[in-house]
Design a protein around this ligand. Structure first.
Ligand code: AMP
Ligand code: MG
Length: 497
């Protein structure tokens, strides 16, 4: 463009955050307008500088007092149109027709350098129309936990919401005990959930559903817009994204902990790091969440739950999918019937890489091998992450000693190794890319949180840095590789509320 000098003052006041909001243009019953609550004593904990730049936000500004005032909710920045989004959801199987952002406020959307639209949301900045009995605030612990784990998940290669910043509010929030309060700034491809569809389905609001399908398709699955049956194409696209997501996180020993339908993002990103945890000693029935008493969200149950959630999603689309309900149900059932196979493809892909199995091993064989191995790992109380980490070392020609030590009985390991060596020429590169050296170990997350409550954030910062490159071996982080001792082991995790 002639006459425009890069960086020159153009006379137009530039928005510090380049908002470009679309959700707020939807009908008013999609959300409720609300300003973040002001807090007495904001202190910055951390800004994710890389992510800020990706979003077109000056990281230095974000770290300044002016930027921090925005992150704390004390100033609504130019261009923001703060709203709480309405949604419903099945929580532990029971339907709640209205949930909504009770402790989250969407400031607005930005389009990042790659043209992707992203939400910027404050979590913990006060009550909204959907807060019910809650205070709309967040304690420091859950803020740090979400920061650490969502960024680690991203670095591990799993689609996830991101952490832009964490601040202390100078307030005390009342939980079981009084705790320091914080605000977390979350960035997401969108916050549209299965529960958002359920909200309008419960009200039999077909116009709203139609609009929501359109928004979701345009934002996340533009190819589906070309399909003959757009709602059906959306269902299939979300099924694929969710199957791949859950398979990927299972391959890391991750347990989401609250796979309620309001915590299933249509985008296919992991969302809501409440009582989530990474398995230490492998067991398929592993559960950490204190509130998951029926083990609904156990590690091995996640594919079933994923399918259950997708079925709830499909139900919301029935009125849009065909002329008659019978026809629509038939289409939905046919699509959902493909989920087990769809999941299997992703799951086999993940575990094939973890074991280094080459293409000459058939899918069936790879699946059976993975399944049998996992049974052995559970019986032998083997640390999931260390197992694959040491196996990668063995594949690279290292001694098997440290791998063998992970097992209760050395012979069992030796025997298993014999089988593994027999089945294939190993794909070492795949193993290196699939078997992290570092994961956000629960006891480390917990330790960082406890130290932060005591005023020391150094471990938190160290973990953020270390977990940015989880597949890279660094001697100075060798202590972070270790499994917890019996005393260190975290046995239960709690919701982020
Ligand atoms: P979650 O378990 O985090 O998915 O939250 C479930 C629902 O409870 C959502 O509608 C939240 O907005 C709401 N909620 C959770 N914690 C609070 C809180 N402290 N104040 C108000 N609403 C909350
Ligand atoms: Mg939630």
């Amino acid at each position: 463009m002639a006459g425009v000098i890069p960086g020159a003052y153009t006379g137009v006041c530039q928005m510090r955050i380049p908002f470009d909001n679309t959700y707020v243009q939807l009908p008013p019953h999609f959300y409720s307008r609300v300003d973040p609550a002001k807090v007495p004593g904001a202190t910055l904990i951390r800004v994710n500088r890389g992510l800020a730049e990706e979003l077109g936000i000056d990281a230095d500004w974000l770290e300044s007092d002016d930027g921090m005032a925005v992150l704390a909710g004390n100033v609504v920045p130019e261009g923001a149109e703060p709203i709480a989004q309405a949604y419903a959801g099945h929580q532990f199987g029971g339907f709640v027709p209205q949930l909504g952002d009770g402790r989250a406020i969407l400031l607005g959307e930005v389009v990042d350098g790659d043209g992707r639209r992203r939400d910027i949301q404050l979590k913990g900045s006060g009550r909204t129309e959907y807060s019910r009995g809650g205070d709309g605030k967040a304690a420091l612990g859950p803020v740090l936990r979400e920061y650490l784990v969502s960024e680690a998940m991203t670095a591990l290669g799993v689609p996830s919401t991101r952490a832009l910043a964490a601040v202390l509010t100078g307030e005390t929030v009342r939980r079981e005990e009084p705790l320091a309060g914080g605000v977390f700034t979350r960035v997401a491809a969108s916050h549209i959930r299965v529960g958002t569809f359920q909200y309008f389905a419960a009200q039999q609001d077909e116009d709203a559903l139609r609009l929501l399908v359109d928004v979701a398709v345009r934002r996340h699955y533009p190819k589906a817009a070309e399909a003959e049956n757009v709602p059906l194409a959306l269902l299939k696209a979300v099924m694929e994204a969710q199957a791949s997501l859950v398979a990927q996180w299972m391959g890391l020993g991750f347990i989401h902990g609250v796979m309620n339908t309001d915590n299933v993002a249509i985008s296919g990103e992991t969302i809501d790091y409440g009582p989530c945890a990474f398995i230490d000693e492998f067991h398929p029935q592993c559960v950490f969440s204190a509130i998951d008493r029926g083990s609904r969200y156990a590690w091995a149950n996640q594919p079933n739950i994923c399918q259950w959630n997708l079925t709830r999603f499909a139900e919301t689309l029935i009125p849009l999918m065909a002329e008659t309900t019978e026809e629509a149900i038939a289409l939905a059932e046919e699509a959902l019937g493909e989920f087990p196979a769809l999941f299997q493809v992703s799951y086999v892909r993940v575990f094939r890489a973890k074991f280094g199995l080459g293409g000459e091993v058939g899918d069936e064989e790879a699946f059976t091998f993975a399944k049998e191995t996992l049974t052995v790992l559970a019986e032998q109380h083997v640390d999931f992450t260390l197992f694959f980490r040491q196996l990668t070392r063995v594949a690279a020609g290292g001694a098997a000693e440290e791998l063998v030590e992970l097992f209760d009985v050395a012979d069992v390991c030796e025997q298993w190794l014999g089988q593994w060596r027999e089945i294939t020429a190993l794909d070492l590169e795949a193993m290196r890319g699939a078997n992290p050296i570092l994961i956000p170990r629960n006891h480390r997350v917990e330790e960082a949180i406890q130290e932060a409550y005591a005023g020391d954030f150094s471990l938190f910062h160290r973990l953020v840095e270390a977990w940015r490159e989880p597949y890279v071996e660094r001697e100075e982080d060798a202590d972070l590789e270790k499994a917890p001792t019996e005393e260190e082991r975290v046995k239960q995790t709690f919701c982020g509320t």
